[in-house]
Write a protein that binds this ligand. Structure first.
Ligand code: C2E
Ligand code: CA
Ligand code: CA
Length: 633
């Protein structure tokens, strides 16, 4: 709208002024002059008509809008021509207009319609040229409508009002008005351009900056990547690319709220900016990831040293009101030029290294090493095969006995999943379970295991316990309890014979949800055991945080109890803990009589391990039980 007003101002005033000048410049035998009000009125009419015509020509929802707009424009031009000439002293009155004026009205309307019919395609240079040419012709028609003055000014002198101007004066007024309009429009254009430029600059500034921490964001990193590396290359330097990925940031958000999460990110940004020099580039890369680039290092050792410094800064506890939050992060390091020549590759590799650090527990620096990509690709391939494994019947179950420590009586079986890959053959759970957890496929596998295990166990003659492993990911799902209950109903397996072992294979992030799940399962009569006690770094916290029915001590302690006094101490204290919580303790990985003896003496109630036999296939369990029944009868 603003542009339309400006262009009509400039257009109307210049066409009008040109016409006034042309009229004034005519060499006539009589002196002429202009009635000011009528001449200015002609200008106003031109502006309004032009505005209406142009505005109409851009209406997309009206059929033939450009042509109608053009007609309005053409008629306006010719009318202005007539009106201006009639404002001239000595001009004929409207009743005495020559018939040529009617023809020029018609011609103006036609040419205007043709000119503006190009409006919808104005971006095409040919359409623009045609529109311009026809506009020019339309403008010319106004001169056809000029009637010559019929009486000399001297004769009409008596009629002249005080607002009458001579030709020269009117010409000056027209030129001044036209110049003012042009100046006004030019200033407007300039201001508009500047406003747009400022807006664009502000936008690009914002789009390159993270709004929370005010650090540059990943788009900015891409923008300056080449420059940074060229600088390092030019000076023969090494460049450290360090990717910091906060561990369990989601847990901080869930446990303390988003405001605390934001505080952590801002404090981290501040600590890094305050303590790493000006030549170090720091950015918030993605969510809970920061990217730090130091292009001024001389050797690879210095790069590793720099990564250590970054880690020590990233580990600083963060104060939030009365809380002191300890922050752990997985740090990936890639070094230019050793690990790559372009920043995209370096960041990718630092990221891969950070992921690797996270997958082995986090809280450490992992430099990129050749072969990581292959490992990553291998994992991606395996994950995609794993997705089909449940559909293509590649999964199966084996069962391992659990016995009473003192008598050796059978108390139950633990279901363990097996995967036979179509080409690679059997793959160990220790290799594919972590991949299933990282990719989320564990949810499907877990459901399959639960259903298949219950289906099998319901056929057993002895009413023993069935233990099924479940990942924290399953416990964090709001539908997990419903799923378990559906499986129990569908298979008819009694809830009080089912025990679910919660592993700490991945960190438990959503504490509240997991807590709720455990309570709901227990309400249904299903027991929940804590698997692999002592293996995770926060076993004691986990044990305290959740209401478990059993503690299962990790097999690493059983394995080394004969040689390692620490292992013995941990086993003893786990058994004591179980006593104090009033829940039984089961030791896994029992392979020798001496191990069993130690566990018996320490007061461990239950055991599981190769001493009592290797895994059994479902068919073997059935055979065994029918044999027992036969000998019993
Ligand atoms: P886990 O839950 O600790 O299972 C016990 C593992 O210890 C089994 O390995 C079993 O074969 C092994 N084991 C049992 N007795 C002995 C022994 O006396 N000596 C030794 N050296 N090892 C013994 P497996 O079947 O390879 O499973 C490995 C892990 O994979 C399991 O550890 C569990 O964390 C995971 N896993 C297995 N099945 C499932 C499942 O259905 N769901 C989930 N989420 N994880 C599973
Ligand atoms: Ca287990
Ligand atoms: Ca275990």
């Amino acid at each position: 709208m603003v542009w339309l007003v400006w262009s009509c101002l400039v257009g109307a005033s210049s066409i009008w002024a040109a016409h006034v000048v042309a009229l004034s410049a005519r060499e006539l035998p009589v002196d002429t002059g202009f009635r000011l009000q009528a001449t200015l009125l002609a200008l106003a009419v031109t502006f309004i008509g032009m505005f209406a015509g142009f505005a109409l020509s851009t209406k997309r929802n009206i059929r033939l809008a450009p042509e109608f707009g053009g007609i309005v424009f053409g008629l306006t031009l010719v009318s202005m021509g007539l009106a201006t000439s009639m404002a001239q002293a000595g001009a004929p009155t409207a009743g005495a207009l020559p018939s040529v004026s009617l023809w020029s009205l018609l011609l103006g309307a036609c040419l205007g319609a043709i000119a503006l019919s190009f409006v919808p395609q104005l971006r095409a240079p040919r359409a623009l040229a045609s529109a311009t040419a026809f506009l020019f012709l339309a403008t010319m028609t106004l001169h056809l409508s000029v009637p010559a003055p019929i009486a000399p000014a001297a004769q009409v002198g008596s009629q002249q009002s005080p607002l009458s101007l001579s030709d020269g004066q009117m010409m000056m007024v027209a030129l001044v008005i036209c110049a003012m309009a042009v100046l006004f429009a030019a200033t407007g254009c300039l201001l508009d351009r500047q406003r747009k430029l400022a807006a664009r600059r502000a936008y690009s500034h914002l789009s390159l900056q993270d709004s929370l921490t005010h650090l540059p964001n990943r788009h900015y990193v891409q923008k300056i990547a080449t420059e940074l590396l060229e600088r390092a290359d030019h000076q023969g330097n090494a460049c450290a690319v360090v990717l910091i990925s906060l561990d369990q940031f989601k847990a901080i958000n869930d446990l303390h709220g988003y405001r605390v999460g934001d505080t952590v990110l801002c404090s981290m940004a501040k600590t890094l900016t305050d303590n790493l020099g000006d030549t170090v580039f720091i950015s918030r890369f993605y969510g809970d990831e920061f990217l730090v680039i130091n292009p001024e290092l001389e050797t690879i050792d210095e790069a590793v040293e720099f990564a250590r410094l970054v880690r020590s800064l990233a580990r600083r506890p963060i104060q939030w009101h009365s809380y002191r939050l300890s922050i752990r992060s997985s740090i990936g390091l890639a070094v230019f030029p050793r690990d790559g020549n372009d920043l995209t590759k370096l960041v990718q590799r630092a990221n891969l290294a950070a992921k690797q650090a996270k997958s082995i527990g986090g809280n450490l620096i992992q430099p990129y090493v050749t072969g990581m990509e292959e490992a990553n690709r291998w994992e991606a391939g395996l994950a995609s095969d794993l997705r089909n494994a449940t559909l293509e019947n590649q999964l199966s179950l084996v069962f391992q006995k659990q016995n009473l420590a003192r008598t050796g009586d059978l108390i139950g079986y633990e279901a363990l999943v097996r995967w036979r890959h179509a080409e690679r053959g059997p793959i160990a759970p220790e290799d594919f379970i972590p991949i299933a957890e990282r990719s989320g496929i564990i949810l499907d596998i877990g459901n399959w295991v639960l259903e298949a295990a219950c289906c099998e166990a319901v056929t057993w003659a002895a009413p023993v316990t069935l233990s099924v492993n479940a990942s924290p990911l399953q416990f964090s799902r709001s539908d997990f309890v419903g799923l378990v209950s559906t499986v129990l109903v569908r298979t008819g397996f009694p809830a009080d014979r089912l025990e679910i072992e919660l592993t700490e294979s991945t960190p438990i992030e959503d504490h509240e949800r997991v807590h709720e799940t455990i309570l709901s399962l227990r309400k249904m009569g299903v027991r929940v055991a804590m698997d692999d006690f002592g293996k995770g770094y926060s076993s004691l916290n986990t044990l305290q945080a959740f209401p478990f029915d059993k503690i299962k001590v990790d097999r690493a302690f059983t394995r080394s109890l004969e040689t390692d006094p620490h292992a013995r101490a941990i086993l003893r204290s786990a058994i004591l803990l179980g006593h104090s919580f009033g829940i039984p303790v089961i030791a896994e990985g029992v392979e020798t009589e001496r191990q069993l003896q130690f566990l018996q003496e320490a007061g461990c109630q239950q055991v599981q391990g190769f001493l009592f036999g290797k895994h059994l296939l479902p068919s073997q369990i059935k055979k065994k039980q029918s044999r027992l029944r036969q000998t019993g009868t």
